[in-house]
Write a protein that binds this ligand. Structure first.
Ligand code: SF4
Ligand code: SF4
Length: 124
């Protein structure tokens, strides 16, 4: 049996760059400060970046990065499996899975699956 999500020791977590967390649907929230940093990084005037590359979150409380039609983040490069704004990616992206996750996350995240497997082996 796999260790329950809450029991996984995230100090041993390693991202395996599978890209799943950049492909699943759902808002990638950006703060005002992050908006400025990303716009600057992409060399796009701030207002243009806000108008053309962000949308209001469903709860209308903040802006999020616009998604591609398939729901993946528009800054996810499927060929290289890399974030095109890695240097300035939002906190929400950096925080997964350390500061937020959801039930069953480790089944979708390759790093989480590996961690669950490692910890399962240790327990047996
Ligand atoms: S900003 Fe980068 S890390 Fe965040 S979801 Fe988009 S591609 Fe992934
Ligand atoms: S789903 Fe997990 S392993 Fe895959 S890119 Fe995201 S954090 Fe890394």
């Amino acid at each position: 049996m796999t260790a329950p999500t809450d029991e996984l020791d995230l100090s041993q977590f390693q991202c395996l760059c599978c890209g799943t967390c950049c492909r699943w649907e759902g808002p990638v929230r950006v703060t005002d400060e992050e908006l400025k940093k990303i716009a600057e990084y992409l060399n796009i005037p701030l207002q243009e970046f806000i108008d053309k590359h962000t949308v209001l979150t469903p709860d209308r409380r903040s802006l999020s990065l616009m998604e591609k039609e398939d729901g993946s983040c528009r800054y996810y490069d499927a060929e290289t499996r890399f974030c095109q704004i890695q240097a300035v990616k939002p906190k929400q992206c950096r925080d997964f899975p350390y500061h937020w996750k959801f039930k069953g996350w480790e089944k979708l995240c390759a790093g989480g699956a590996r961690l669950a497997e490692l910890q399962k082996k240790k327990q047996s």
